[in-house]
Ligand binder design. Structure first.
Ligand SMILES: *Cc1c(COP(=O)(O)O)cnc(C)c1O
Length: 470
């Protein structure tokens, strides 16, 4: 074999798209918690301020998913055959070598992106939706209830429920439902029912409407409505498309496939970059590389990229907080802007959640997730447009946060002459975000970055937690 030593190997024979064969779809998810040095703090029941036991969570979540949520022991968790069979319909997703982007930037860096936007739901969220719908069906439930912000999660869940014959109720943040009617149409086509949130169908929704009748809603508020509906409907459970440990677990397929595809060409990333809303795609993409870092085998540099208008990692507090505005969910220790924080309505780039995955938060706090960056919306769309023109794929605004950082890093390589290997997550397609592209194109897009005083407001309302738990 020529060129088989990693130091001298020519990288010129790498194809534009690296597809793994179907049998290379992972057979197990990787559970990073088994390897974390300081595990993140347990979720708390707000009524008792004690760690929530499985029995307290099963009225809200599916049983098997609660098991996964609390599992910090098993490094690998087998992917059920029925889930893997559906993965085979759209996975492995391609790992792309961004030759044209590299050339346009004049960078010596080698840039790769894992493209998760090729399935009908248009994003990586389907990876967890399929798993969650499977476990709900296995438990004999009638259906599941959830919320969706930009709409990708609701679409993914609607698809997954159609595969398994489950009912699907979606609370969609009202501004998004208005801005993205086509998302709603896709969900309804797959059989889901969609309610704009806040709505008058729940107690918490009515309360929020009474206080702020003109509100466009928020993810935190839609979560409250979905949880309330799930616990008051016989045969239903609540499911969530990001933030939770179980979701990061399911998303590890993304990173495991990326690592296997890179290994075919003797590649290993120096930089792993992901956009961060609730943390699931970055958590999934970095999973196998984080395993190497935690074990001291390699030292890739990880970068989380978030919007400047919803900057939980870069400007939030690492504290226990509710996951929803209505303050009915368990408390999680995470970087948060406060459950009452609502990003500006003219923020079009997604990633609007006030908190961040507890796993990612702890890894960031401990320095394993090296860096978090907040980027402004216009610069994100500059990157999105540049990427679309060079690589020919219209990226989701969320994904474009990662593109922004990847381009910035590639430009640094041009200046320093370093040929780094950059891997980023291209989490979705931008076809449902054309209103955002329209406002960028006509120059009406602006950035609303919260002031310190705005943030102090949300942070002042963090719940008081007994000191031993902090
Ligand atoms: C939901 C979503 C995100 C952000 O969520 P994470 O949990 O942080 O991954 C990013 N990109 C796309 C396309 C999404 O749909």
């Amino acid at each position: 074999m020529a060129n088989s030593n990693s130091t001298g190997k020519s990288k010129s024979n790498i194809p534009y798209k690296i597809y793994l064969p179907e049998e290379e779809i992972p057979k197990a998810w990787y559970n990073v918690r088994a390897d974390m040095k300081t595990d993140h703090r347990p979720i708390l029941n707000p009524a008792t301020m004690k760690p929530a036991a499985a029995e307290e969570l099963t009225p809200v979540f599916c049983e098997k998913l609660v098991g996964q949520e609390l599992n910090d022991k098993d490094r690998y968790i087998e992917i059920p055959d029925a889930v893997r069979e559906i993965y085979k319909m759209y996975r492995p997703s391609p790992l792309m070598r961004a030759y044209r982007l590299e050339k346009a930037l004049g960078t010596p860096a080698r840039i790769y992106y894992k493209f998760e936007g090729g399935n009908t739901s248009g994003s990586h969220k389907l990876n967890s939706a399929v798993a969650q719908a499977y476990y709900a069906k296995e438990q004999g439930l009638k259906g599941v209830v959830t919320e969706t912000g930009a709409g990708q999660w609701g679409t993914a869940l609607a698809m997954a429920c159609a595969y398994f014959g489950l009912d699907c109720k979606v609370f969609m943040v009202k501004v998004s439902a208005e801005q993205k009617p086509f998302r709603r149409a896709v969900m309804e086509t797959f059989g889901a029912s969609v309610t704009p949130s806040p709505s008058d169908t729940t107690q918490v929704g009515r309360k929020i409407l009474a206080g702020t009748p003109d509100t466009g809603g928020s993810l935190g508020c839609a979560i409250s409505e979905a949880v309330e509906t799930a616990v008051t409907s016989e045969g239903y459970r609540y499911v969530l498309g990001s933030v939770l440990n179980q979701v990061l677990l399911h998303q590890s397929v993304v990173g495991l496939e990326a690592a296997a595809a890179l290994a075919l060409y003797d590649e290993y990333p120096d930089l792993v970059i992901g956009c961060a809303g609730g943390g699931s795609n970055l958590g999934g993409l970095m999973a196998p590389f984080m395993a190497d870092k935690l074990a001291g085998r390699r030292a890739p540099h990880f970068i989380a990229v978030e919007p400047a208008s919803c900057p939980s990692l870069t400007r939030g507090k690492f504290a226990y907080d509710f996951c929803d505005t209505g303050m009915i969910t368990p408390l999680a220790k995470m970087y948060t802007l406060g459950a009452t924080f609502i990003p500006s309505a003219n923020h079009a780039g997604g990633l609007r959640f006030h908190g961040m995955s507890p796993i990612l938060s702890q890894l960031y706090h401990d320095g394993y997730l090296d860096e978090a960056r907040a980027v402004a919306q216009n610069t994100v769309f500059d990157a999105a447009t540049f990427f679309a023109k060079t690589e020919g794929t219209l990226p989701a605004p969320e994904s474009s946060h990662a593109i922004r950082a990847a381009i910035d890093e590639a430009v640094k390589c041009r200046e320093s002459g370093e040929a780094k290997t950059i891997l980023f997550g291209l989490t979705g397609t931008g076809y449902f975000d054309l209103r955002a592209y329209m406002s960028y194109n006509d120059g009406s897009m602006n950035d609303t970055i919260p002031s310190d005083a705005d943030l102090a407001q949300g942070l002042s309302q963090l719940p008081a937690v007994p000191e031993g738990l902090l």
